[in-house]
Write a protein that binds this ligand. Structure first.
Ligand code: IPE
Ligand code: IPE
Ligand code: MG
Length: 255
């Protein structure tokens, strides 16, 4: 499904604008590695899952902000293909979070004209997770406001290997020639095929790595890191990231 252009300004822009954000030059696609939930909880003597729960309310606030500001796509790394290594109780909790999030928040997403999507290996998620997310996608599929894209059981290497397999079988079946394979074709086999590429990547918690997130798609994104743990991340941090993005000089290899 193509993304709707041109840029349309939201009626409800965020109240405070102390940084002087230019709403006509926002990143169109912001990707976030929401990290540090466990450490946030540990610092408070709480179980790791308490950090995930708190992190969920930050998701709500940032979605509101992004939707008010007029960001086109917000991709949130919610669960990686490597996160299955965690203790069962934590994995179970993380699989339940989208259900809780959508149970309480889907009406507001609908009201805000948000379109819910996912990237990742969706079919192996527990059925209650799949059901809640599928319902949200179905109910919001015609919305043309913010695209809220959850990376669930997402791994960039898995995604790329899957794309290569798809292309290889098309070549084998005679649907494609090897010479047809180019960057555009490869991109079209990725989960993100219908989305514009992220122009800003945010990672919280002080870690400065990609952890198997959007390796292909982030080729020319601007990176923005903060020491703040995800449950402490707020609208001001987000606004600062957008502001810093606007003050970067993107050269794409040129001068
Ligand atoms: C990010 O927080 C959430 C997920 C990976 C699901 P973490 O759970 O990784 O928190 P830390 O990094 O251990 O503090
Ligand atoms: C990346 O965070 C995955 C998500 C935020 C969902 P991790 O906490 O899993 O990454 P590493 O293990 O520190 O690289
Ligand atoms: Mg982490």
């Amino acid at each position: 499904m193509p993304i709707k252009f041109p840029f349309t300004k939201s009626k409800k822009q965020p109240q405070s604008q102390p940084l002087g954000l230019d709403y006509n030059h926002l990143p169109q696609h912001v990707a976030i590695i929401m990290d540090g939930n466990g450490r946030w909880a540990k610092n408070r003597g709480m179980p790791r899952i308490a950090g995930h729960k708190e992190g969920m309310s930050v998701v709500k606030r940032i979605v509101r902000y992004a939707s008010d500001a007029g960001v086109k796509v917000l991709t949130l790394y919610a669960f990686s293909t490597e996160n299955w290594k965690r203790p069962k109780n934590e994995v179970d909790f993380l699989m339940k979070l989208p259900v809780d999030f959508l149970n309480t928040y889907l009406p507001e997403l609908i009201e805000r004209n948000v379109q819910v999507r996912t990237i990742g290996d969706f079919g192996v998620l527990p059925s209650h997770t799949q059901k809640a997310v599928q319902e949200a996608m179905e109910k919001t599929k015609h919305n043309d406001g913010l695209i809220l894209n959850f990376a669930l059981n997402y791994g960039s290497r898995f995604e790329m290997v899957h794309a290569v397999k798809q292309i290889a079988s098309k070549v084998k079946d005679g649907e494609l020639e090897t010479s047809d394979i180019d960057e555009e074709l490869f991109s079209s086999e990725l989960y993100t095929s219908e989305l514009i590429e992220p122009d800003l990547l945010i990672r919280t918690s002080g870690e400065q790595r990609l952890s198997n997130f959007l390796l292909w798609q982030l080729a020319y994104a601007e990176f923005w890191f903060t020491e703040v743990y995800w449950p402490d991340f707020n609208e001001s941090h987000f606004e600062k990231a957008l502001y810093d993005f606007q003050n970067r000089k993107r050269r794409y290899g040129g001068v």
